[in-house]
Design a protein around this ligand. Structure first.
Ligand code: GYE
Length: 326
C-alpha cells in the first residue's frame, strides 16, 4: 500500500463515501484516569546518537524520580517498527504513550490506533503530518522545538558571519521527518532575501554521523567551490568535519559551519573554532512530558503545542554551556 493521503487515512480507520475520504471522527480525545503512578510508554525512534540517548535518559530519570513505570521501545530507525512498537504498547495497556515519530506520515496509523484504543498520546520532539492528524483531536499535544525557527536562526548567524555571500552545502536530516522539513524551510526563508547566499547542493545524511560524513564527502567532491555547510544536526556536522579534514581542508576557515542540537562534540568544535554556530535543540523532555501527563490526569486541558525555547551557541557562550552538553 502506498503512503498516499487516502491510504494513510484508511489505515487509520477512515471511511470513503462517494469518493471522499473522511478522517475517523471519534467523539473526543481519550481521557486519563487519575492515578498516583502511571504506566507510560515511550516509543523512541532510534538510539544511534547522543541526542537520542540524552532524550531517553531524561525520560528514564523522570520516571524513576516519580516512581512511574516506563515501557521503552527503540524503533532502531524504522518507521514500520515504530508503528509495531506503539501497537505493542496498546496491547500492554499502558496508561499513556509518548511518541517521538520518526517520520511525519508513516506514524499516523500509530497515532490513530492509540486514540481508537482509548490511550492518550503526546508527540514528543518530532511532529506528524498536520493535515492528517491534529493536536487536541487525534492526539493530546505536541511538545518540542520550533524547527522552522531553528533553521532561520542558523541562516541568520551564518549570513551575518559571511557578509551575505556563501556557496552552501546542506546536509538534511531524515527524509520525511518534521525537523528535516522545517529546518530546510526556515533556512530557505531567511536566505531568500540574501541573493549571495546560495544552496549549491542538498542531500539527506539521515541525522547520522557516518552517513553525514559519506554524503558530505560526495557532495564536496562534486562542489569544491563550497564555502559553507548547513547541517540539520550535530552528528552529521561531526561526520562532515571528519571528511573536510581528510580532504586537507580547515573547518571554520575553508568552510563556515552552521549546525543544530548542542552535543558535547559540537560544542567542543565551537570552542576549537571549527563550527560557527550551533542552534540549540534541547533533548531533555522528561520533566515537561511527565508534568503534562500529570496535568492531563488531573483533568486539565493542555495547550496542543508546547514549544521549547532554544538558545543560540557561538564561541562566545560555548564554554558556559559545555557543562550542560551531552
Ligand atoms: O535534531 C537529531 C535527532 O528530532 C529534533 O532528531 C530531533 C532531531 C535532532 O536525531 O539530532
Amino acid at each position: 500500500m502506498t503512503m498516499n493521503r487516502r491510504n494513510l487515512l484508511k489505515a487509520a480507520g477512515a471511511i470513503t463515501i462517494g469518493g471522499f475520504t473522511f478522517r475517523p471522527a471519534y467523539a473526543e480525545l481519550p481521557k486519563l484516569k487519575k492515578k498516583d503512578k502511571y504506566k507510560v510508554g515511550f516509543a523512541q525512534t532510534e538510539s544511534n546518537n547522543p541526542w537520542r540517548l540524552a532524550q531517553t535518559k531524561s525520560m528514564e530519570d523522570e520516571a524513576a524520580k516519580r516512581g512511574w513505570q516506563l515501557v521503552y521501545t527503540d524503533a532502531a530507525g524504522s518507521a514500520a517498527k515504530q508503528v509495531a512498537d506503539v501497537r505493542s504498547m496498546i496491547a500492554q495497556k499502558v496508561d499513556f504513550i509518548l511518541l517521538a515519530p520518526r517520520e511525519e506520515k508513516p506514524l499516523i496509523p500509530a497515532v490513530m490506533e492509540a486514540k481508537k484504543a482509548g490511550i492518550p498520546l503526546i508527540l514528543v520532539d518530532r511532529n506528524v503530518d498536520q493535515t492528517l492528524a491534529k493536536g487536541g483531536e487525534d492526539y493530546v499535544a505536541f511538545i518540542g522545538s520550533d524547527f522552522v525557527k531553528e533553521g532561520l536562526l542558523a541562516a541568520e548567524v551564518l549570513t551575518k558571519a559571511v557578509g551575505g555571500k556563501a556557496k552552501i552545502i546542506e546536509l538534511q536530516g531524515t527524509v520525511g521527518s518534521s525537523p528535516a522539513n522545517d529546518r530546510m524551510t526556515g533556512f530557505k526563508d531567511y536566505i531568500k532575501d540574501h541573493p549571495g547566499m546560495e544552496i549549491i547542493a542538498s542531500q539527506s545524511g539521515d541525522f547520522a554521523r557516518d552517513k553525514g560524513r559519506q554524503v558530505f564527502e560526495t557532495l564536496y567532491q562534486a562542489h569544491p567551490e563550497a564555502t559553507a555547510l548547513y547541517s540539520h544536526n550535530d552528528e552529521m556536522t561531526m561526520g562532515a568535519i571528519a571528511a573536510m579534514e581528510a580532504a586537507g581542508k580547515v573547518p571554520g576557515k575553508d568552510l563556515i559551519i552552521a549546525s543544530i542540537d548542542g552535543t558535547k562534540d559540537a560544542t567542543q568544535a565551537l570552542l576549537d573554532g571549527k563550527v560557527l554556530v550551533v542552534v540549540e535543540c534541547n533533548p531533555k523532555f522528561g520533566p515537561a512530558a511527565f508534568a503534562a501527563i500529570e496535568k492531563y490526569g488531573n483533568g486539565e486541558t493542555l495547550e496542543t503545542r508546547l514549544v521549547n525555547v532554544d538558545r543560540v551557541f557561538t564561541k562566545e557562550n560555548a564554554a558556559e554551556y559545555m557543562p550542560e552538553a551531552y
